[in-house]
Write a protein that binds this ligand. Structure first.
Ligand code: GLY
Ligand code: MN
Ligand code: MN
Length: 434
């Protein structure tokens, strides 16, 4: 439980005296009638607590420098139906809170907790129902402070956004997080290898998805970190194709974008390979362009670098390839200037990855670009997508290629912790022959 308690201590210091922070667990999500989606804890709540249940509140009191959990009571009947609950007593001990109470007590405690605080931090906008409840408590305390309670009491006059502090913390992964990201990457990589080994013309995209999920679960990752994309042929030109409903055709490429979530942390790998195990000439030509962009970008990742510079170096390679292969006419610079390349490459080079697959943090802070620092983890995912059109060489019609790795910035460069899935043409062809 150490990293969770350490993070709370660090956040408590930052919010400082006269402040209080309130965070809510994720609510359960109804799927149909009386069934729900599998519960997934809110990423911020998990980051600070490790506590895996819904109907919980975390309060951080900056004046007392304490953290208090409110959670469901033990309930033998409900536990018989729905499974184990920690209850406050065990939760306090196991997750190392200063205090823990029944969730029912929260509304009794919150008025006093808000009284004589200047700032109320919360993740406003995250869960509107909870925002509302918290606002009502605050409003009542404010009214009371003005009228009924002793003259020298006051309510918070600033409602502050806790995500500013938490996102900055989450952007730099600590060692325990990097271990979990590595593990998520490793499991995701195994699943991609399995998919390469199992793929044959005539199989369904859905069958390949099943192979991927099998490998995730087999290694302890029960859920993917996002909906798995298994896109044969032209389906790959839809960036987030998740229907996975078509049959795989001899002669097509298959784009798979799949990542395991391991103990809350996301893997996010894409590989593109031939359904029949052998690239044709046009597929190989286009593939090599995307691969060169992927490798150049990865080589550029190190502390002090501006992400936009990495994006530009990868873009130059992609657009040079598009010009060489006659997808675009004119100069590389001209096509970049006019954004003409966006017809074939319409997404960014990557995103932070962590507890969320598209992790928090942003590429800018206070109008300045965020320079890479050790502990930041990002995807690198260049792609080229060519829909059929009269002005495009036919050999490239309906080909979509993306090659996505996950890297963690280190002291001198980066660790590519998804590197075990082959991405060289010869390696892919070999593993598929095997
Ligand atoms: N799988 C979504 C992405 O690569 O961003
Ligand atoms: Mn992806
Ligand atoms: Mn991604």
């Amino acid at each position: 439980m150490e990293p969770f308690a350490e993070r709370r201590a660090k956040l408590l210091q930052q919010i400082g005296r006269n402040s209080i922070a309130v965070l809510f667990s994720a609510p359960e999500q109804r799927r149909s009638n009386d069934t729900s989606f599998p519960f997934r804890q809110d990423s911020y709540f998990h980051y600070l607590t490790g506590f895996p249940e819904t109907e919980a509140v975390l309060m951080l009191d900056g004046t007392a420098q304490t953290s208090t959990l409110y959670c469901r009571d033990k309930d033998p009947l409900r536990e018989t139906w729905d499974g184990f609950r920690y209850g406050p007593e065990a939760a306090r001990e196991v997750f190392d809170f200063d205090a823990a109470y029944s969730i029912g007590e929260w509304s009794n405690h919150i008025p006093e907790a808000l009284t004589n605080k200047r700032r109320l931090y919360a993740l406003w906008g995250q869960y509107s129902e909870q925002d509302c409840v918290l606002m009502q408590h605050w409003s009542r305390v404010r009214q009371g402070a003005g009228q009924r309670i002793q003259a020298n009491t006051y309510a918070p006059d600033t409602l502050a956004d806790l995500s500013v502090l938490l996102d900055a913390m989450r952007l730099i992964k600590d060692d325990s997080e990097i271990d979990l990201l590595r593990k998520a990457g490793e499991i995701s990589a195994l699943a991609h290898i399995r998919a390469m080994q199992k793929t044959r013309p005539g199989m369904g995209e859905l069958q390949i998805e099943a192979e991927i999920l099998h490998e995730f679960m087999h290694h302890g990752a029960r859920f993917p970190s996002y909906n798995t994309i298994v896109a044969g042929g032209k389906n790959a030109c839809c960036l987030h194709y998740v229907e996975n409903k078509d049959l795989l055709r001899d002669g097509d490429l298959l784009l798979i974008d799949a990542g395991a979530e391991y103990q809350g942390y996301a893997g996010d790998i894409t590989r593109t390979f031939p359904v029949n195990g052998k690239f044709n000439a046009a597929q190989k030509d286009l593939y090599e362009v995307v691969l060169a962009a992927n490798k150049t970008a990865i080589d550029a990742v190190k502390p002090g670098i501006n992400w936009a510079d990495i994006h530009r170096s990868a873009l130059a390679i992609l657009v040079q390839g598009m010009v060489d292969l006659k997808l675009l006419q004119g100069s590389v610079e001209g096509n970049i200037e006019s954004n003409a390349y966006q017809r074939f490459y319409m997404h960014g080079l990557g995103h932070w990855v962590g507890l969320d697959v598209h992790d928090v943090g942003g590429r800018w802070f206070n109008g300045q670009p965020v320079l890479l620092q050790p502990g930041m983890c990002t995807t690198i995912e260049p792609g080229i997508y060519v829909n059929a059109a009269d002005d495009v060489p036919e050999a490239f019609h309906n080909i979509g290629i993306r090659i996505e790795d996950n890297v963690c910035v280190t002291a001198n460069g980066c660790e590519v912790y998804t590197a075990t899935v082959p991405k060289e043409v010869a390696e892919i062809e070999e593993i598929m022959r095997g």
